[in-house]
Design a protein around this ligand. Structure first.
Ligand SMILES: C[S@@+](CC[C@H](N)C(=O)[O-])C[C@H]1O[C@@H](n2cnc3c(N)ncnc32)[C@H](O)[C@@H]1O
Length: 265
C-alpha cells in the first residue's frame, strides 16, 4: 500500500494491516481495543467469544458478561489465580505492543493517539504504548452512565449461605460502581517543538476552547445522548457525540488529516 484511501475500511487483523500501511501517514488515531476482559486478541472472532461465553454461562460465581481475564470474575484467590492473572496482564501488554509498534510507524510526528480502556487495564496499555515510542500526554476520563457495583455482593452471598451476619454486610461489595472509562492519550514525539511540528505534519496541539467559551478539561461528560440514527447493537459501541468531541479536540480539520481506528468492528 503506497497511499491510504480516505473513508475506507481495510479488513483483517490490524497487526497485519498496519504493517502494510505507509509510514507517517496518519494524523490521529482514536480507538477502542479489547480491554483484556474476555480475551486478549489472539482470537477475537465471534466464534471465540461465543465459545468463552458458553463456557461460563452456568457458572454461579462468574459475573455475567465478565469472564475470566477481568479480575472481577469468580475463582478462589489462591496464588495460582493471581499468577494466571499476572500472566494474562503480561500477555496483554505484549499484544498491545504488537499493534502499538505498527501504529507508531504509521503515525506522523506529533500525532495524538487516544485509546479507550478500562480504569483497571489502562496502565497496561500505557506501558505498552510507551515501550513502542509514544509519549504519554494524559488520561482522559470518559464519564458515562453507570449501573450497580459489579463483583461480589457480600450480603447477597451470605444470605444464600443463610449466614447470621448477612445484614451486617449490607452495602459491602468487592468493587465500586464504575462511572468512567479511561481514554489514554499518547503522542508520537514532536519534531523539536509544537509549532515546528504543526507546520510540518499539521498536528500536535489540541483545540481546548469550547463553543460556550469554557476550556475543555480532561473529563469528557454529557456526551452520551444517542442520536436518532444511532444504533447500539454491540456492547462496546461508543456514542457518536463522544467520538465527534475527540476528533474536534485532537486534530485540526483538514483533508490532509487522516484519522485511523484499528479496532472498529
Ligand atoms: C472493544 S471493541 C470496540 C468496538 C468499537 N467501539 C466499535 O463500535 O466499532 C474491540 C473490537 O476490536 C476488534 N478486534 C480485536 N482484535 C482485533 C485485531 N487484532 N484486529 C482488528 N480488530 C480487532 C474486535 O472484533 C472488536 O470489535
Amino acid at each position: 500500500m503506497t497511499q491510504l484511501k480516505i473513508n475506507s475500511v481495510y479488513k483483517g487483523d490490524c497487526i497485519e494491516v498496519l504493517r502494510k500501511m505507509p509510514s507517517n501517514s496518519i494524523a490521529c488515531c482514536i480507538t477502542d481495543p479489547p480491554y483484556n476482559y474476555e480475551f486478549i486478541g489472539h482470537k477475537w472472532d465471534d466464534d471465540e467469544v461465543k465459545r468463552r461465553t458458553d463456557r461460563v454461562k452456568n457458572s454461579k460465581t462468574m459475573v455475567k458478561n465478565i469472564p475470566y481475564g477481568s479480575g472481577l470474575a469468580g475463582g478462589v484467590r489462591n496464588p495460582r489465580w493471581y499468577e494466571r492473572n499476572r500472566t494474562n496482564t503480561l500477555d496483554y501488554i505484549a499484544w498491545c505492543e504488537k499493534w502499538g509498534k505498527g501504529l507508531y510507524d504509521v503515525c506522523k510526528a506529533g500525532s495524538p493517539v487516544a485509546i479507550f480502556n478500562s480504569n483497571r487495564s489502562v496502565a497496561h496499555v500505557q506501558i505498552a504504548m510507551e515501550n513502542c515510542g509514544f509519549y504519554t500526554r494524559d488520561i482522559l476520563v470518559y464519564r458515562r452512565n453507570s449501573g450497580i457495583p459489579k463483583g461480589l455482593n457480600l450480603k447477597g452471598k451470605l444470605e444464600k449461605l443463610n449466614h447470621i451476619d448477612a445484614e451486617k454486610w449490607d452495602g459491602w461489595h468487592s468493587a465500586f460502581r464504575n462511572e468512567w472509562e479511561a481514554v489514554l492519550l499518547v503522542q508520537k514525539p514532536l519534531k523539536n517543538n509544537y509549532w515546528e511540528t504543526l507546520q510540518e505534519t499539521g498536528v500536535g496541539v489540541f483545540k481546548t476552547l469550547n463553543i460556550d467559551g469554557s476550556f475543555q478539561s480532561n473529563i469528557l461528560e454529557d456526551l452520551n445522548s444517542k442520536g436518532k440514527n444511532e444504533k447500539f447493537d454491540h456492547c462496546t459501541v461508543k456514542p457518536l457525540n463522544l467520538l465527534k468531541k475527540l476528533i474536534d479536540t485532537l486534530v485540526p480539520k483538514s483533508s490532509e488529516n487522516i484519522i485511523l481506528d484499528p479496532f472498529c468492528r
